[in-house]
Design a binder for this molecule. Structure first.
Ligand SMILES: [Zn+2]
Length: 136
């Protein structure tokens, strides 16, 4: 789980994580509604083709089965938003890239999305801010 905030700042002493929010609870509500039959796969397995491509190309493997199809392991995709980044965010493929984007004085908002490449299930897993200590 490279993209969890703690891992994101490993090896980079200048980065600090602020306001980490775990969306697991909200995610479990959706999964439970699906299991009870209140939601269909059409409702929840709607990953955008771009997101699926990002998961395939730059996604991080996890050891967790997809909660919906239970056929494959979930992948994590990280997007960052901030000054001089595209309005739709930048997909980050590595910790190094993330550290490079977090220049001093440039706070980044990071969103980690779990994606299933088999059934297109996707849900926000975590959101946090990265700030550089050098921002003085
Ligand atoms: Zn799945």
């Amino acid at each position: 789980m490279t993209y969890l905030p703690k891992a994101a700042v490993n090896g980079s002493s200048s980065l600090r994580v602020l306001g980490n929010v775990d969306y697991r609870l909200a995610r479990n509500v959706v999964v439970n509604e699906y299991r009870k039959g209140h939601l269909s796969r059409l409702d929840i397995c709607d990953a955008h083709p771009e997101l699926l491509r990002a998961a395939l190309d730059a996604g991080e493997n996890t050891q967790e089965d997809c909660p919906i199809c239970e056929e494959v392991k979930l992948r994590l995709v990280s997007y960052v938003f901030g000054p001089r980044l595209p309005p739709s965010g930048r997909c980050v493929g590595s910790k190094k890239e993330l550290a490079k984007l977090a220049n001093p004085g440039r706070d980044l908002a990071c969103y980690v999305i779990e994606v299933c490449l088999s059934c297109s299930w996707n849900h926000l897993a975590q959101a946090f801010s990265l700030t550089s200590k050098g921002s003085g």
